[in-house]
Design a protein around this ligand. Structure first.
Ligand SMILES: Cc1ncc(C[n+]2csc(CCOP(=O)(O)OP(=O)(O)O)c2C)c(N)n1
Length: 629
């Protein structure tokens, strides 16, 4: 690492020794390191590039970790990592055993609060602030949050709490007018009005209007005018919405001007009570391809440094593409189908749906709880909502799924993209809990298709099922196809599994997208052992196909279940209970899945290997169970 200034920064306090000219140069060096690293490792580039100057200024004004700067999401905090002693390790970003792409409390004493999911920083900051007050300490507390994340319910609940408690906290809003795509929602429009100066213009025009009508007489009148002007400004203060909620509002200021940010922070940090500083930045700042296409460079795979072209393999289509295509087809048939996303238009691949049916498409912003209850309302009125969401982010909405959807047997469909291990984003983003929490909910049908054709059939099934809610999970990445695709896509019979291959020595019950590994493992073992292994593709985690499973296990007496989800309370455990309750004796069973622990970051292949969920792991399990009884 050959950086003149960065090499001198071991810890944030070293920043305080540099001049403003040197700081600008340092910002360039940090950007260079981030861009070069992410071009190789992939990662969250555009937001991190936009937050470099903010990080420098914050860490010059505040003494971290004594003062608490709490980062939201954590995807913009690469410069935080670099400036808190991890510059030399930064090349290991998001790699197995390397540093995490998000804030992680176990990684560094400077990562004071873990993140990955959005909109947690203000609540956590309130916790830090109350702890400070109870301990009668004096440290500063800052929550750093983006303009999209601030509109989430969790953030607004915290604002509600802080405003009333008049707690000493600074909320530092980084406004780049972007979520992953351009920010949506009334709050974002409000920030936008502040940024574009519409509110300032209103003040200026109104003031001018009044002043023009007052004759210009000497001092007393001038003083009245001055008061008037201030009064008018008070009414139209840019952050009046927040001021009414008990916050002092400062800004907007340029978030790429270190000196200005620093001076502003120094001016406001000792003002008592809740404060907001509104800072505007450019997403992707300093790397032209990212500035031009901040959505693409929000979270990106490896790319060519010169051109910004992605290096990924675009030859095969993804599960998200299959999902969105079949949904679009079905939506043409059924006008009641509507699609709802929570700030993940690109991720869920629903742009075409939005274009084709703008009135039947809703992006509610980062508002997963609202997305679900909103869908419930629509379903009550006879619509057929598809809530398209990443498995990890739906975790926020379990109560809404139970209380607003399932309890009322509403036919809402939940399509969980990025289900299972997701790779480099790591522990905060793996979608490994959904089988368990969906399975536990009464009346919920839980489908886990095992290939592209099955995903299409699952979508059709869910679209035409009106007795209650359905969830469908599918993984990140390219599709797999077992055998040929059907020419005619037909719905499943609810709870009916498919028998993929007959056998007599062992039953493997596959749930979901690990089927390619299962079929390879079975093929390679049968090649050199004289074995016949039966493969059942469960399709449904709930209801399960009791007959097919029981008949198979009666015959083989040995069974392996496999799923890419937490084992505790998962699909395998349903099979265990079924076999136990059936009174069947003398059988052995092995459940493959994810042990009850959090899985770190690494490539999908590395992580599956670690969890025993690849071809090798399945072969080992087969050998193990064959040795029993
Ligand atoms: C609960 C949750 N929903 C969705 C996401 C996916 N996500 C990550 S960053 C992001 C946009 C954040 O925008 P903003 O807060 O404005 O920060 P910026 O990236 O623009 O700096 C989204 C939707 C998430 N991390 N957490």
């Amino acid at each position: 690492m050959d950086y003149k200034l960065l090499n001198k920064i071991n810890l944030p306090d070293d920043l305080k020794k540099l001049s403003y000219n040197e700081l600008d140069l340092l910002a360039e060096e940090i950007r260079d390191l981030i861009i070069k690293t992410v071009s190789k490792t992939g990662g969250h580039l555009a937001s991190s590039l936009g937050a470099v100057e903010s990080t420098i200024a914050l860490y010059r004004v505040f003494s971290i970790p004594y003062d608490k700067v709490v980062w939201d999401v954590g995807h913009q905090a690469y410069s935080h990592k670099i400036l808190t002693g991890r510059a030399k390790e930064f090349h290991t970003l998001r790699q197995l055993n390397g540093i995490s792409g998000f804030l992680k409390i176990s990684e560094s004493k400077y990562d004071i609060f873990g993140a990955g999911h959005s909109s947690t920083s203000i609540s956590a900051a309130m916790g830090f602030a109350k702890a400070r007050d109870l301990r009668k300490e004096k440290n500063y507390i800052v929550a750093v949050i983006g303009d999209a994340s601030v509109s989430n319910g969790l953030a607004l609940e915290a604002i509600n709490h802080i405003g009333q408690n008049k707690t000493d906290i600074l909320i530092y809003v980084i406004d780049n007018e972007m979520s992953i795509s351009p920010t949506v929602g009334a709050l974002s429009e409000y920030f936008n009005k502040i940024l574009t100066g519409n509110i300032y213009n209103k003040i200026r025009d109104l003031t001018k209007f009044i002043l023009d009508r007052i004759p210009k007489f000497g001092y007393p009148v001038a003083s009245v005018i001055k008061h008037l002007e201030e009064g008018i400004k008070g009414i139209f203060s840019p952050g009046i919405l927040f001021e009414e909620l008990g916050f002092k509002f400062y800004g907007p200021i340029n978030g790429h001007n270190i000196k200005l940010i620093e001076e502003t922070l120094n001016k406001i940090k000792d003002i008592k009570g809740p404060k907001i500083l509104h800072v505007y930045t450019k997403k992707g700042k300093g790397y032209l391809p990212a500035e031009k296409n901040p959505t693409l460079f929000h979270g990106v795979g490896p790319f060519d440094l010169e051109t910004g072209n992605l290096l990924n393999d675009s030859s095969k289509i993804t599960y998200s593409e299959v999902f969105s295509e079949i949904l679009l087809k079905e939506a043409k048939r059924n006008k009641k189908i509507v699609a709802i996303v929570a700030a993940m238009l690109e991720g869920t691949n629903l742009s075409k749906f939005k274009e084709e049916f703008p009135e039947r498409f809703f992006d509610v912003g980062i508002a997963e709880e609202h997305a679900v209850t909103f869908a419930a309302g629509l379903a009550t009125e006879g619509f057929k909502p598809f809530v398209a969401i990443y498995s990890t982010f739906i975790q926020r909405s379990v109560d809404q799924i139970i209380h607003d959807v399932s309890l009322q047997k509403l036919p809402v469909v939940f399509s969980f993209d990025r289900a299972g291990l997701v790779g480099e984003d790591g522990a905060t983003h793996h979608g490994i809990f959904d089988i368990v929490f969906m399975k536990m909910i009464p009346d919920m049908v839980v489908i886990a298709p095992s290939d592209a054709n099955e995903l299409k059939r699952a979508v059709i099934t869910a679209a035409r099922y009106n007795k209650g809610p359905v969830s469908i999970r599918f993984p990140r990445g390219k599709i797999f196809q077992y055998g040929k695709e059907d020419r005619l896509i037909l719905p499943f019979k609810i709870g009916k599994a498919r028998l993929l291959k007959k056998g007599k020595d062992l039953t493997i019950i596959n749930l979901g997208h690990l089927l390619p590994y299962v079929s390879k493992a079975v093929a390679s073992i049968e090649n050199y052992k004289n074995l016949k292994i039966e493969i059942i593709d469960a399709r449904f985690a709930k209801p399960i196909d009791k007959n097919l499973i029981l008949n198979s296990v009666k015959k083989t007496k040995k069974v392996i279940t496999i799923e890419e989800g937490i084992l505790e309370g998962g699909f395998g455990h349903s099979v265990n209970a079924l076999l136990k309750n059936s009174g069947l004796k003398n059988f052995s069973i092995l459940n493959l899945g994810i042990q009850n622990k959090f899985i770190e970051h690494g490539t999908m292949e590395e992580l599956r290997k670690r969890c025993g969920l690849n071809e090798e792991g399945i072969k080992e399990a087969i050998f193990k169970i064959l040795k029993t009884g």
